[in-house]
Design a protein around this ligand. Structure first.
Ligand SMILES: [Zn+2]
Length: 220
């Protein structure tokens, strides 16, 4: 659940296959990223290029700290990845501005409330996640509860799901949508139409849940 842009055009599979990819999650390509691409004025680090066995397209995402990650499919080339990334300058800039604006708007939760909610989150969220996973026949490698201010959850290629403790302050049906969203990333790591179809099958009210998060998420 972070700003993500995927290559829209059907990139052809190039002859250059890049380094071998194992099932041990993402790895860097070994190629040096274009360090000067962002220009010397930027306060953000250069993009990170990661090759991923399960990625089906080139994917550019902006992390909550404003850093950019470019995911290459197994057959992807650094040249095409850079080309795709280079075309998204304006989009990346807009996402960073939006993230900064969100950060300024986010209210602070008092520390005592936070500790209690964090404990409740550690007790309740992994249990519910694993319950849903079992019902779907999915295996979660690891669950962590995090104090992520700008994301509700994340799923790593190795099946490690991180959940925001603030999920315990949501209505159950909205919380379940976020859990299902992350679980469906065990099947697909992107936000493609196919991914949303998987989500819709398990959580038909997902549009309403996303709307709820947009409208109420910041006050949690
Ligand atoms: Zn997602």
């Amino acid at each position: 659940m972070q700003p993500v842009k995927q290559a829209a055009l059907p990139f052809h599979a190039p002859k250059d296959h890049g380094p071998p990819v194992t099932d041990h999650g993402p790895r860097t390509t070994g190629d040096e990223p274009p360090a000067t691409h962002d220009g010397p004025r930027t306060k953000y680090p250069g993009p990170i290029f990661v090759r991923h066995a399960r990625a089906r397209r080139y994917v550019v995402s902006v992390r909550e700290d404003g850093g950019v990650r470019v995911t290459l499919p197994r057959w992807g080339s650094m040249r095409e990845a850079r080309e795709f990334f280079g075309r998204l300058d304006g989009w990346i800039e807009r996402q960073r501005r939006r993230l900064e604006a969100d950060r300024r708007k986010m209210p602070r939760v008092p520390d005592t409330d936070r500790r209690g909610a964090m404990e409740r989150a550690r007790r309740e969220l992994p249990v519910r996640l694993l319950e849903l996973a079992a019902g779907l026949g999915l295996t979660v490698a690891k669950v962590s509860i995090r104090n992520q201010r700008w994301r509700w959850g994340s799923c790593s290629p190795r099946g490690h799901i991180c959940l925001n403790w603030r999920l315990v302050n949501m209505p159950a049906w909205v919380r379940d949508y976020v859990l299902i969203h992350e679980l469906m990333h065990l099947r697909r790591l992107d936000h493609s139409k196919k991914f949303w179809k998987l989500v819709a099958e398990q959580c038909p009210e997902y549009h309403a849940a996303r709307r709820w998060l947009r409208e109420n998420g910041r006050s949690l």
